[in-house]
Design a protein around this ligand. Structure first.
Ligand code: KG4
Ligand code: ZN
Length: 344
């Protein structure tokens, strides 16, 4: 890939064919994490800084977009400086600056994207805009030798997709949720049973000590590789109401819900693998940190598949995955005028 520096319009080669070591600095601020990272050649993390806003949003039970944007503004310069400090690199050693363009919260994205554009302009380096979902997939390139083609299950707070990854830049969504995303279902069910924000990881913890066969919950029935989780959420609501104020068997509800979700996801993923003849499979996105989903996907190794999942810290939002995506992916937004977008 060839990109241009912004002032002098020098050509800069980027990516696996560039013939020299690339150091990409990236910024991620699409939701409630302000993150900055520097990644060498798309796979080796030399700095990874994440400022989480969980403490701020905890008291509201969810992310408040305006407050999140203001917190990004407070944190952005600190995380950028920290990334330089951690790497020991100076800005002149950076090959290009990347930032998340969308999807995400518009006010939040604006902070990180403008910081990345400003860094690129002031240091006369190429600017690379990245799609947040592509970036989640690229978390699988960090610390691995993984190369496409592979099938991917992307599960996050806003998305649930099965993606056919034919090459670094050719990705086709072949299935997705028709209603709630998996992470959203986790967070909503967590709230229903009284768990504090962020519900997903807390629900996962309790599920691990519950009985997954305690309650029979319905799998969403949808065609092809698509998913539906709103019926399951309603079933949990009905189940909770049936206890009529009596103490809830919280661990068993969590385990039964988690069993139903993970079974559904892996069933569709396996169908896609078989029908498309793939031997490699990856998971990505915040919910890829889930213990049962990881367990069931890794069990596919016993059936001869090569399975890859990012380390926990690269599943949830971070900037290393954005830097990796800027290095490998040709579907980037290189125009300095690119605007943030909220939905895919
Ligand atoms: O990818 P991510 O950090 O942000 C988005 O791009 O959406 O994903 C956040 C989502 C949240 O819904 C959170 O509850 C969920 O991932 N999550 C989990 C776990 N860890 C994070 N859900 C279930 N089990 C987990 N261990
Ligand atoms: Zn994300």
């Amino acid at each position: 890939m060839e990109k241009k520096t912004l002032f002098s319009e020098k050509i800069v080669k980027i990516g696996p064919d560039s013939g020299y070591d690339n150091y990409i600095m990236a910024i991620e601020s699409s939701c409630d994490e302000t993150a900055c990272a520097i990644v060498k050649n798309g796979r080796e993390v030399v700095a990874n800084i994440v400022a989480s806003q969980i403490k701020t949003h905890e008291k509201f039970g969810g992310v408040i977009p305006e407050i999140a944007a203001r917190e990004h503004l407070d944190a952005i310069n600190v995380v950028v400086q920290e990334a330089f400090n951690q790497s020991g690199l100076t800005p002149d050693k950076i090959t290009a600056f990347a930032g998340t363009v969308g999807p995400g919260l518009v006010g939040c994205l604006l902070v990180g994207l403008n910081a990345a554009k400003t860094l690129a302009l002031t240091h006369d380096k190429p600017f690379i805009g990245v799609n947040h979902l592509n970036a989640h997939l690229c978390a699988n390139y960090i610390d691995t030798e993984l190369r496409p083609p592979f099938m991917a299950l992307l599960v996050s707070g806003g998305h649930t997709q099965i993606i056919d990854v034919e090459s670094y830049s050719k990705q086709t969504i072949i299935g997705e949720t028709i209603d709630d995303a998996v992470g959203e279902a986790y967070d909503k069910v967590a709230r229903l049973i009284g768990l504090p924000y962020p519900g997903g990881p807390r629900l996962d913890k309790l599920a691990q000590v519950g009985n997954s066969k305690a309650f029979e919950l319905p799998e969403g029935k949808v065609d092809g590789y698509n998913f539906s989780f709103s019926g399951l959420k309603t079933a949990v609501l009905r189940l909770v109401k049936s206890f009529d104020g009596k103490e809830l068997p919280v661990n068993d509800i969590c385990a039964s819900f988690q069993e139903c979700v993970s079974k559904t996801l892996v069933k569709k993923l396996k169908k896609a693998l078989q029908e498309r003849g793939y031997k490699q499979v990856v998971i990505a996105g915040g919910v890829a940190a889930n213990s049962e989903i990881r367990k069931k996907v890794f069990a596919l190794e016993n059936e001869g598949y090569h399975v890859c999942a990012p380390a926990m810290k690269y599943c949830t939002d971070n900037a290393s995955m954005v830097a990796s995506c800027a290095y490998f992916n040709t579907n980037t937004f290189d125009d300095i005028d690119v605007e943030v977008f909220s939905r895919a």
